[in-house]
Design a protein around this ligand. Structure first.
Ligand code: BMA
Length: 272
C-alpha cells in the first residue's frame, strides 16, 4: 500500500478513537502524519508507537478551537514534512454533563462544544487550504456524525455543531473545487471510541454490555470500529474518489436507514 507516498496528512483528534486509527492507517499507506490533539500524553504515545513501527509521524498538542494552535499545527506539518495534502477534521467532544435542553445549556458549554466540533473545522481548514493550494490541490474530510443528519434529545450544541459541519463542508467544496481541493463529510454512527465509552459509562453498569446494546440498535447488529472509519477516510482521500466533493457519506451500520416509527432494530437506541 503506497497510495499516500509523499503525502502529508493532518488528523485532528488523532490521539484516540477513530482519529488515532485513521492516522495510523494513513502512515501505513505511506503518508507523513501530524497527529493534532489536545491530549498530549495519549498523542505522544500514539506517535511513539507509530514511529516504533517505522512510520512517519509527529505529535502536536493542539486545541482546535484556538486559532494560534491551528496555525501552528499547519506550520509544523510544513516545517517537518514539507506541506499539507490531507486534513481530517475529526476532533470532537460530547461532554457527559452537556446533555441538557437549550434553556439549561450554559453559554460556556455551547462555546466549548461548537468551538471544538465546528469552529475547529473552520480554523484548521483556514490555515491548511493555502498550503494545499501550493501543492496544486488537497482534500479535507470533516467528521459530521449521523447527528449532523438526525438528532437525539438534549444535545443542542452538539447537534448544531454537526449540522454546521455538513453546511461548512458544502460551502468549502464549492469555494475550492476550482483549485482541486475536495471537501467531504463523513457521518459515522456509534463507533467504539473513548468518547462513546464515556457516554456509555454514564448509564452505570458494564460498559461493554452497554456497547453491545448500542450495537443492537444498528441494523447491522454492532457498533462500528475505528478501522471502519479509517478505511472510508483513506478511500475518500484517494484518487479513486476524485469526482467526489461537497457531499457526505453515512457510515452507520444502517442506522439512518431505519425509521424511528419502525420500532428499532431489536435494540434500544444508540446512546439513550
Ligand atoms: C456520535 C456520538 C455518539 C453516538 C453516535 C450515534 O456523534 O454522539 O455518542 O453514539 O453519534 O448517535
Amino acid at each position: 500500500m503506497a497510495e499516500f507516498n509523499d503525502k502529508v496528512a493532518i488528523v485532528t483528534g488523532g490521539a484516540l478513537g477513530m482519529g488515532s486509527i485513521t492516522a495510523y492507517e494513513f502512515a501505513k499507506s505511506g503518508a507523513s502524519v501530524v497527529v493534532a490533539d489536545i491530549d498530549s500524553s495519549a498523542g505522544e504515545q500514539r506517535v511513539a508507537r507509530m514511529r516504533d513501527n517505522g512510520l512517519s509521524a509527529l505529535f502536536l498538542q493542539t486545541d482546535v478551537s484556538v486559532a494560534a494552535d491551528c496555525e501552528r499545527a499547519v506550520a509544523s506539518a510544513v516545517a517537518e514534512f514539507g506541506g499539507v495534502d490531507v486534513l481530517f477534521n475529526n476532533a470532537g467532544i460530547q461532554p457527559p454533563d452537556s446533555y441538557l435542553n437549550v434553556e439549561d445549556t450554559s453559554e460556556e458549554t455551547w462555546d466549548k462544544i461548537t468551538g471544538v466540533n465546528l469552529k475547529g473545522h473552520f480554523l484548521m481548514s483556514k490555515y491548511a487550504i493555502p498550503e494545499m493550494r501550493k501543492r496544486g490541490g488537497g482534500m479535507i474530510i470533516n467528521n459530521a456524525s449521523v447527528q449532523g443528519l438526525q438528532s437525539q434529545p438534549l444535545v443542542p450544541a452538539y447537534a448544531a455543531s454537526k449540522g454546521g459541519a455538513l453546511s461548512l463542508t458544502r460551502q468549502m467544496a464549492l469555494d475550492y473545487a476550482p483549485e482541486r481541493i475536495r471537501v467531504l463529510a463523513i457521518c459515522p454512527g456509534t463507533i467504539d471510541t473513548e468518547m462513546v465509552r464515556t457516554v456509555a459509562s454514564q448509564e452505570g453498569g458494564d460498559i461493554d454490555q452497554t456497547l453491545v446494546r448500542y450495537g443492537a440498535g444498528h441494523p447491522i447488529g454492532r457498533i462500528g470500529q475505528g478501522e471502519d472509519i479509517a478505511a472510508l477516510v483513506l478511500f475518500l482521500a484517494s484518487d479513486a474518489a476524485s469526482f467526489m466533493t461537497g457531499s457526505h457519506v453515512v457510515i452507520d451500520g444502517g442506522l439512518m436507514a431505519l425509521g424511528a416509527w419502525a420500532g428499532g432494530a431489536g435494540g434500544s437506541g444508540t446512546d439513550g
